[in-house]
Design a protein around this ligand. Sequence first.
Ligand code: TXA
Ligand code: MG
Length: 328
Amino acid sequence: MEIISNPTQDDIKKAAKALKDGHLVAFPTETVYGLGADATNEKAVSRIYSVKGRPTDHPLIVHISSTNQLDKWAIDIPQFAFKLANEFWPGPMTLILKRSNLAKDFITGSQNNVGVRVPVHPTALALLAKFDEAGGYGVAAPSANRFGAVSPTTSAAVDEELGDYLEREDLILDGGQSQVGIESTIIDCTNSVPKVLRPGAITLDMIETVTTLKSISSGNEIKIKASGLLDSHYSPKAIVVLNSLPIPGDGFIALEHISTPNGVTRLASPKNIEQYAKKLYLALRSGDQHGIKRIVVIPPEGDGLAEAIRDRLSKSESGNLNELPTLE
Ligand code: TXA
Ligand code: MG
């Protein structure tokens, strides 16, 4: 596997060709880094699952270069979904739509719906455009981490997660630190109103303003095969504890104005909610690098992006349950 920093046009072309040839290419997006494969190539897509160690019935998001490509992957697209696409694509939003024949069971986890996204990171967009030129239709890409672990927001974090599992002709494209820092908002558009399955930077307010529909925030109730919706997820090796008083030896993540008790290692002091989202995953990783066993996190208050951060943190806290023996 090769890591390409500051990819040139030629590098992007090479990466598009690697995808077309059935190899994997990890690439930067504004949310988190993705592990890409040709979404029409079953063998390539099956490698995503083995490299991540992810159960094969979990659906993947198809990344496309523009809204113009949407009808290749989806049918019966409702008007409100087009409104969302026109407003927020390219950007940190995934739409769940009724699938076309192109979206096979190996992409959708055998569901009749498909997740589609147009990312805004220039390297991602350039790669997707070159992939189109090479005759491709879309790039399946989950977050480029091992199953259950923290999503990577830098190329170094991708290497740390997947370096041992990638093959010689696979690539990692570097594109700096992801600007948003947490995964895209997932909106189910298969009913009469939008339903948020995973909160993110595109907030409920933004969705309602654009669609003029009252949308539903599903929280965790919905029983859908989406790994981001499982309880234990987004978990570093350290145990994550929320809203607790850190003791000496602990790592600590909180907004800047909250001070650090003696003997505690401060892992991040974001100044605002946007910075909190951007820094969170690197901070959780840095705890592991420091060999810290327990990380105390004070989640931000408020709605919108703060709610999305709390969603991820509550899952990484319950990820601690992974440490306990199971009955199965
Ligand atoms: O920001 C993101 O969305 C990143 C970047 C790389 O684009 N991707 C990402 O993919 O987070 P992943 O696979 O780690 O998380 C996507 C979530 C998973 O929980 C998956 O099961 C769910 O979306 N999903 C994908 N397709 C779906 C579908 N058809 N119906 C319901 N959930 C779906
Ligand atoms: Mg993921």
